[in-house]
Design a protein around this ligand. Structure first.
Ligand code: SIN
Length: 331
């Protein structure tokens, strides 16, 4: 008997994969998030050979405008879908903030079924657009049995990358994503999925983060440190404006210019949570005993934008610095 094809739902949120301009030579200056999900699916009829596919438009935006509201809507929708007779979910998304959405879902989806984000670097109207092949690959990945319990993944340029480590590391090239600490999880070749690496951090069903009853998320912002740092002023203004946590993109292994650090120390006494990440692409933060004793949180190898995601979710559960520190070590 023929095995029924897996049921895959494609949730569309916009991005360059849904972008278009009236000139097939132009790969910049186009409008992202203008083409609807049905058109994207029709452009890749071969995905019907891989799975029973249906599509739903969740948003149609340039992902630089991503919001907590859309994140919560996506997480709730995916959790509902995966409780049903659906084998996997693909999310079409702009590449600019794809890594943040991927990590948010990696921490909030309560299923071991595959969840795959996909986008494109060239608009759908471009000569040699990368969207159709990326979408084909994403459906192949979401439909594959091997992709179960791998955490949320990104399928771009034939690579499979894990949500925790994958990051946009090129502004324009089609090979825009890399995973600086753990490396790729695998590749997709001619619709076949090959894994040769694993994500050792806990994810999805093993995290304590439940967004099912949340309508908002705690406000967490990111500040850089740099020579002659003037961001102490910004830290104070953000805290006074309701920010509950700050992630600092530290220099090196997580150092902060004394100008900013003195202000942060005062704000931490008033309840602000401060997590230290790094401006450096790869590696991990190493905090001194003094910094730990002051209450600074070590974000491990998470880049600032992903550390922000985890700090937001952590603050939905606790204000205890030691518990938050444990979350950063586990997830
Ligand atoms: C976006 O992130 O929505 C625009 C850029 C892209 O998708 O590559």
């Amino acid at each position: 008997m023929l095995e029924a094809k897996p049921k895959i739902v494609i949730l569309a949120t916009g991005g360059t994969i849904a972008g278009s301009i009236d000139n097939e030579l132009e790969t910049t200056g186009y409008k992202a998030g203008v083409i609807g999900i049905e058109t994207l699916i029709k452009a890749v009829p071969q995905i019907k050979d891989l799975a029973q596919v249906s599509g739903e438009q969740v948003a149609n935006i340039d992902s630089s405008n991503m919001t907590d509201e859309i994140w919560l809507k996506l997480a709730k929708k995916i959790n509902e879908l995966l409780k049903k007779d659906i084998d996997g979910v693909v999310i079409t998304h702009g590449t600019d903030t794809m890594e943040e959405t991927a990590y948010f879902l990696n921490l909030t989806i309560k299923s071991d079924k595959p969840v795959v984000l996909v986008g494109a670097m060239r608009p759908a109207s471009a000569m040699s657009a990368d969207g159709p092949k990326n979408l084909y690959n994403a459906v192949a990945l979401a439909a594959s049995k091997e992709a179960k319990n791998k955490g949320v993944m990104i399928a771009m340029n034939d690579k499979i990358q894990g949500a925790r480590d994958a990051s946009k590391t090129h502004t324009l090239n089609v090979d825009a994503f890399s995973s600086p600490n753990f490396g790729n999880l695998g590749y997709i070749v001619d619709g076949k999925v090959f894994f040769y690496n694993t994500n050792l951090k806990e994810h999805t069903k093993k995290t304590p983060f439940d967004v099912s009853k949340l309508d908002t998320l705690p406000k967490v912002d990111i500040l850089y440190t740099y020579s002659n740092d003037g961001n102490g002023v910004a830290a104070k203004a953000l805290f006074e404006n309701g920010t509950k946590g700050l992630v600092i993109a530290g220099s090196g292994a997580g150092s902060i210019h004394q100008n900013q650090k003195e202000v942060l120390k005062e704000l931490m006494k008033q309840g602000l949570k401060v997590a230290i990440s790094s401006r450096v692409v790869a590696g991990s933060v190493a905090l001194s005993k003094d910094d730990k004793d002051l209450g600074f949180i070590n974000t491990q190898g998470l880049n600032p934008q992903k550390a922000r995601v985890l700090l937001m979710l952590a603050l939905t559960k606790t204000n205890d610095i030691n518990t938050i520190q444990k979350y950063f070590e586990k997830y």
